[in-house]
Design a protein around this ligand. Structure first.
Ligand code: DGL
Length: 270
């Protein structure tokens, strides 16, 4: 079956983090219909095994494929590091999969040659070593200093940001010696753009903070354009599916997408 421009874009994450990517995508591609899946029943992904994340990701991909998505964006670093290669093999050759890691690696390789670059992300992402491997492959003399910051995603998911507790947790992590002497910091978790302002305040505006949402949106645009799959019809509809209803997801989704948000519950094993 051939793919058509009118088919929706599928996007998924463990929870609200991927909304930062979805938001950038809708800004760049307002005509595209979007189906967003937040796997709120299984978050945080960052502490799960690779096998568990692979199982969730395959189930979510099935749901998005059944709904006719022309492309799937893995808007989660933990799932991108655990399940991207598997999903690429799993879906038919007509469905393209975009992860959040490759566009960021391309940006860093372009702009930070020969530099020390820091990275914060979940345990799954940091332990996978995928950023190190890909940055080494780019061969631009970049040294990556990674730190797992496992409290941050659950903290953000609970709506704890811009307050005393989040300031202290962020300061504790960022003062870790692993991140000394860096010239830029990769936010290798799609939840972290929600605390970008606080991270910037910690560094008093002196650090280049790299968030993947815009480069991922551009990668998606480039793919759709190259395949003649850009939806040129004005007006679009968005659907938000969650594996468990949570108030924090609804609040965040409304923050990004205003009142248009109508949550639908969808079990992974249905
Ligand atoms: N937003 C995700 C990521 O980019 C997942 C965070 C989590 O669920 O632990 O890794």
């Amino acid at each position: 079956m051939s793919v058509t421009p009118q088919q929706p874009i599928g996007i998924f994450d463990s929870g609200i983090g991927g909304l930062t990517v979805a938001h950038a995508i809708k800004k760049l591609l307002p005509n595209e219909d979007m189906i967003y899946f937040g796997d709120t029943a299984h978050l945080p992904y960052g502490d799960k095994s690779e096998a568990a994340i692979q199982a969730y990701s395959v189930r979510i991909a099935n749901i998005l494929l059944k709904k006719g998505c022309k492309v799937i964006v893995i808007a989660c670093n933990s799932a991108s590091s655990a399940a991207y290669e598997l999903l690429k093999e799993y879906v038919s050759k007509d469905t393209h999969i975009i992860n959040v890691i490759d566009p960021m690696v391309a940006l860093v390789a372009r702009e930070f040659q020969g530099k020390n670059v820091g990275l914060i992300g979940t345990k799954r992402t940091v332990q996978s070593g995928v950023y190190n491997r890909k940055i080494e492959e780019a061969n631009k003399g970049i040294t990556l200093h990674s730190l797992a910051t496992p409290l941050l995603a659950p903290m953000i998911e609970e709506g704890f940001f811009n307050n005393q507790i989040s300031h202290e947790i962020i300061a504790q992590y960022l003062s870790d010696p692993a991140l000394a002497d860096i010239e830029a910091l990769i936010l290798a978790c799609t939840h972290y753009p929600l605390i970008k302002k606080e991270i910037d305040q910690y560094y008093k505006g002196s650090m280049k903070i790299l968030d993947s949402s815009e480069v991922v949106a551009q990668a998606l645009y480039a793919h759709l354009k190259s395949k003649n799959l850009l939806n040129t019809q004005a007006g679009s509809t968005d659907h938000f599916l969650v594996s468990d209803y949570t108030e924090s997801f609804e609040t965040s989704a409304r923050m990004f997408f205003h009142d248009a948000v109508q949550l639908e519950k969808h079990h992974l094993w249905e």
